[in-house]
Design a protein around this ligand. Sequence first.
Ligand code: NAD
Length: 247
Amino acid sequence: MRGLSGRTALVTGGAGGIGSAVAVRLADEGVRVVIADRDHEAARRVAAGLSGPAIALALDVAERASWEALVDSLPADFAGISILANIAGITRDRSLAKMQDADWDAVINVNLRGTWLGCQTAFRLFADHGKGGAIINIASTAIFGTFGQANYSSAKAGITGLTRTAAIEGAKRGIRVNAVAPGVIATPMVMAVPEEIRAKWTGQILAGRFGTPAEIAAVVAFLASDDASYVTGQTLIADGGATTGDF
Ligand code: NAD
């Protein structure tokens, strides 16, 4: 049933902690992978380390012209994309009162506008081969609100609405659209947070630990696969039970 082998995926943010784990997982399941990232050199390194065919292309997800250039530069053997994982994202944390226009605009543009442009591009690319496909967006448990993240939690909550609307509009085109909302995942960015704050976070997680990029990649691969053929419009929370809580 899995139905991933032989397909082609585009992974934005594929040079990052979670994105590179998604690229590794998909490649291990026989998927050809296009790694698209603002950091082209890091994307190249990830592509070179995968177990199957992969290429790295430069992309700024917030810029329409950059998406158009990426589509134009896709080599023929990677053109049949039927999976898009919209993983690129940034944070610029500051309390709401102190947040600057630039903090707000950058985070909304990369996380929300970037995911919207990705969905639009995928609708076009998937139509080119006429077989539909799967889009997986990355939200966050920040959708429930987190101190210092007015921009990020708004963008990620926006992604859950975008995901449902894209699922509605994609259904007649054979496109499923879902999101994953990770909790705290042990990427370099998170591990740079002071230990006492990390200990406090760990205490709120039913699993008693942070998640790994590979655990999020497994959820993304499930949603991309035919095993999830009856799942669309959903935001799947993968947070070790942190938002389930034991109050
Ligand atoms: P990361 O910083 O390791 O990776 C992000 C990647 O996105 C980087 O490779 C970066 O170069 C790329 N990127 C940033 N801006 C871009 C742009 N404009 N165009 C193209 N690429 C761009 O971060 P991560 O921890 O792997 O996070 C990946 C995704 O998961 C993000 O959307 C993040 O919001 C989300 N997320 C992360 C966590 C966590 O705990 N790490 C939790 C919830 C959600």
